[in-house]
Design a protein around this ligand. Structure first.
Ligand SMILES: NC(=O)c1ccc[n+]([C@@H]2O[C@H](COP(=O)([O-])OP(=O)(O)OC[C@H]3O[C@@H](n4cnc5c(N)ncnc54)[C@H](O)[C@@H]3O)[C@@H](O)[C@H]2O)c1
Length: 143
């Protein structure tokens, strides 16, 4: 399977890339190397050195590599920066993540296989279910 790992030059992403490569997948990494390292990128993986906030670069990567699965680990992880500059933080951690999801259907129309965007960051998208409320559900749970 062709798997695109964002943040694949970072701590978590680089280990994930190594496992995918070990299992025989074709892997590409999209990373701007802001906190990651080129040396951490598995030599079998193709590196797209690009910023997630650069929609054109993300689209180019999708058009060229045509990922079947996207595993998203790129993030602005500096807590102090997120407080000092929340707009920058949201640009990477929220807006760019949405851009990735938007880029995925473009791949679907360009290829016969179906892309499966996967979000593996701290906030997991797409699998959230509210617990069902009934008459006996306490409105203010105590424990
Ligand atoms: N490290 C942990 O213990 C831990 C625990 C739980 C969750 N997480 C989550 O895992 C994710 C990755 O964390 P990490 O510890 O590997 O961080 P990291 O900083 O090592 O990796 C993040 C990677 O994203 C890249 N990146 C940042 N902004 C980018 C952008 N705009 N465009 C392209 N690439 C960009 C960086 O260059 C880096 O390679 C984060 O969402 C983090 O919250 C990490």
């Amino acid at each position: 399977m062709r798997i695109l790992v964002t943040g694949g030059a970072g701590f978590i992403g680089s280990h994930v890339v190594d496992r995918f490569v070990e299992r025989g997948h074709e892997v590409a990494v999209l990373d701007n190397l802001s906190s990651g390292f080129r040396a951490l990128v598995n030599p079998a993986a193709r590196l797209y050195e690009a910023d997630l906030t650069d929609a054109a670069a993300v689209e180019r990567c999708f058009a060229e590599f045509r990922p079947e699965l996207v595993d998203h680990h790129a993030a602005q992880i500096d807590v102090r920066r997120s407080v000092d500059d929340p707009v920058f933080d949201a640009g990477t951690n929220i807006v760019a993540a949405l851009g990735l999801l938007q880029a995925s259907p473009a791949t679907a129309s360009a290829s016969s296989s179906t892309p499966r965007p996967a979000e593996r960051s701290t906030a997991r998208a797409g699998s959230c279910r509210r617990p069902r409320r009934t008459r006996s559900t306490p409105s203010r749970p105590t424990a």
